[in-house]
Design a protein around this ligand. Structure first.
Ligand SMILES: Nc1ncnc2c1ncn2[C@@H]1O[C@H](COP(=O)(O)OP(=O)(O)OP(=O)(O)O)[C@@H](O)[C@H]1O
Ligand SMILES: [Mg+2]
Length: 365
């Protein structure tokens, strides 16, 4: 959809318009910039997801083997031993903002590379301007939002707007009123109350224990039960994603991990259940905070429409566990989204397409 020309605020005229209007047509994109993986959906129909990971060859031999000077996305996992790896996001935010010196430079460069790889995946045509809505954690600071905009511009994205991740999900599903959206990611769990207008700070809660925390807990629990077993956090993450369940089922989580170099089968069903279940009380507390501070006449309505997205929404039994928790608050209904990988990016794309030109390059919640 072509961007609408409307009266523009001075900031938008100074910053955004010359860049965008000089180009031949606009490609709108929605980006879900995640701690563990990032997804992009674009107005030309392209959809792509990649690990939020960047790697540089360790030496000239690895550069020769890999045939490139930088690797972005899932290939980094596969070639991890030959690369110096960098996760540009931590706890849902760009990691460089918390770092100093060389580490800061490398992390910042990794962020630009990731955004550039996402842009490339959107198949931009020559001369086209790229206008992106990017999902960030619900309580991302102003500094973080500005950092996302700066890096996106360096990655040759012409117009940038930052929104909260759960708001992008709500927009995708047209759940703009009387709903609570929970996005369970790797770095953060973001909750957002939708009341028919743009959510403000009081409508949002970010919890900093999410999928990565579950992986860490799982490592501790498995190490306690099987000290002789060797594993990496990536092995644990893959096992969790394959077997995650909050309920006791017949299916056992049997994995084969090395002990003294020999593959050894162990049962980690109980450890997985314990680790994934630990997130539920804080989510219920987050829902309670958003419900209890809402207009009393509408509280039951938002409790009755709790929408859950993000990779962590795929844990078996989560819907029942949250609904049991909601019983304590007077009852409620939980819906798990059908497409946890792309719903955020798809909502961000829809917003990008609906946004008039003057809003580009300004920060929005
Ligand atoms: N089936 C599953 N069961 C449990 N957890 C899962 C499953 N599938 C994915 N996850 C977890 O979901 C998280 C990734 O989800 P998502 O891609 O939504 O996060 P992200 O966007 O990268 O992170 P954030 O939104 O915090 O920046 C990871 O911790 C991953 O291990
Ligand atoms: Mg996310």
């Amino acid at each position: 959809m072509a961007a609408k020309k409307q009266a523009q605020s001075p900031e938008a005229r100074d910053v955004a318009t010359p860049m965008i209007e000089d180009k031949v047509g606009i490609l709108h994109v929605g980006i879900d910039l995640g701690t563990s993986r990032s997804a992009i959906a674009s107005s030309n129909g392209t959809r792509e997801v990649m690990a939020s990971l960047v790697g540089w060859p360790k030496d000239s031999v690895s550069a020769k083997v890999l045939g490139r000077t930088v690797v972005v996305g899932d290939r980094v996992h596969e070639n991890r031993l030959a690369l110096n790896c960098c996760f540009p996001l931590k706890d849902g935010n760009l990691a460089f903002t918390q770092l100093k010196g060389d580490q800061r430079k490398v992390s910042r460069r990794a962020g630009v590379r990731l955004l550039a790889a996402l842009r490339k995946a959107a198949r931009v045509q020559k001369g086209q301007a790229v206008c992106a809505v990017i999902g960030a954690p619900a309580e991302a600071t102003r500094e973080n939002k500005e950092a996302i905009i700066d890096l996106a511009r360096e990655a040759r994205i012409d117009g940038v707007m930052v929104v909260s991740e759960p708001f992008a999900v709500a927009y995708a599903l047209d759940a703009l009123e009387n709903a609570i959206v929970i996005d369970i990611g790797a770095g953060t769990i973001d909750l957002c109350r939708m009341a028919g207008s743009l959510p403000c700070d009081e409508d949002q809660v970010t919890l900093f224990q999410a999928g990565d925390y579950v992986d860490q807990r799982l490592c501790e629990l498995i190490h306690e039960a099987h000290p002789e077993i060797q594993f990496t956090s990536n092995m644990i993450k893959l096992a969790k994603e394959r077997f995650s369940s909050m309920v006791d089922t017949q299916k056992r989580a049997i994995v084969s991990f090395p002990a003294q170099g020999r593959p050894t089968k162990i049962d980690i069903t109980d450890q997985i259940r314990t680790a994934v279940t630990e997130l539920v009380p804080s989510m219920i507390a987050g829902i309670q905070k958003l419900v209890s501070t809402f207009d009393p006449e509408f509280q039951h309505k938002i409790r009755d429409k709790v929408i859950v997205s993000g990779g962590g929404s795929q844990v078996f039994g989560l819907q029942d566990a949250l609904e049991s928790g909601l019983d304590e608050l007077g009852g409620g209904r939980v819906i798990i989204v059908d497409d946890p990988v792309f719903t955020g990016a798809q909502g961000a794309l829809k917003l990008a397409q609906d946004m008039p030109l003057e809003y580009w390059n300004q920060i929005r919640n």
